[in-house]
Design a protein around this ligand. Sequence first.
Ligand code: ADP
Ligand code: MG
Length: 361
Amino acid sequence: MARIDLDNIRHAYRPDPQSDDDYALKRVHHTFVDGGAYALLGPSGCGKTTLLNIISGLLRPSEGQILFNGNDVTDLPTEARNIAQVFQFPVVYDTMTVYENLAFPLRNRGVSEDIVDKRVREIITMIGLEERAKRKAQGLTADEKQKISLGRGLARADVNAILFDEPLTVIDPHMKWELRTQLKELHRRFGYTMVYVTHDQTEALTFADNVVVMYEGEIVQIGTPEELFERPTHTFVGYFIGSPGMNLLPVEVSGSSARMGQTVIELPSAPSQQSGKLELGIRPEFVSVGRSGYPVKVDKVEDIGRRKIVRARLEGQEIAAIVDEDAEIPAEAHVSFDQTHLNLYSNSWRVEMHGEAGHGA
Ligand code: ADP
Ligand code: MG
């Protein structure tokens, strides 16, 4: 397994890129530590597959270098990088049996037959295809074929890293959960360096200890699920993680007060920066609804099991609150905020409040 350094990577698919907008990856500068389990999370089109293909060598970046354990591999082909990659859709040899498909990467490397057999049997059990072992891949369902692809990615123990590109897209929901749990378990047992691409926050947050959030060709935050929830460094993270996402209110700031129309909200302290487009961020979990605070107009209340989402407007701005199912919503409703969970953003990036412990960007 390897430590992977991405050193100032940029990539444009078009030949003569002029501005940042021409780059599918604007700038990625990041290290995947040896043995780490990472989820790469972001919406469709943000550059996840591009980044994965740059790591595996299917794509050469327009700028920057890739290092495996300190060695420059930027110009090495995929075969020389010793990477296992599992794609979104199945890649299997139709004329081979399930067993042969799984044995292929091992036999290819000259692994002895008894080790091949032991390993293939383990993997067949893991992906739940014991009864299909001798069947040709040809007649299998897309779901079963994808399990073979996944198994093939896991067959070799000596790879530098295993890359997964939305591997569970064609897998049925129940099996998704099971396979993800098994991947996590494999990581615990063998300490593989794993990068798992997904656009699904639940998948990312359950698989990885470190979630790398991408947006428009850039990494906007790397953190534990808790950090992404508590302190989103970019408004996109606030919006994308959580359901509903973080409330964002346009404000003007003076000293330690934020103002929106007639509403003045006290910040925990004066922010370090007060210029640019300023927005106050507060997650619906930290908004309470009652008789005191700032007056709002309630638009609707949605039942979500043991909790309710209150959708309201404060100074005409939409605001959501999550409250207990039995919480009373008064006719003249007011909202109040948990001050310790207020975030301030300038041009979409989080601003430190004075006196706040440094959380280096
Ligand atoms: P994701 O995997 O996050 O959905 P991609 O890495 O596939 O995103 O794509 C990032 C951007 O690069 C998108 O705007 C996409 O349209 C563009 N792109 C991807 N592949 C190609 C290609 N082969 N040629 C030109 N543009 C591409
Ligand atoms: Mg993709």
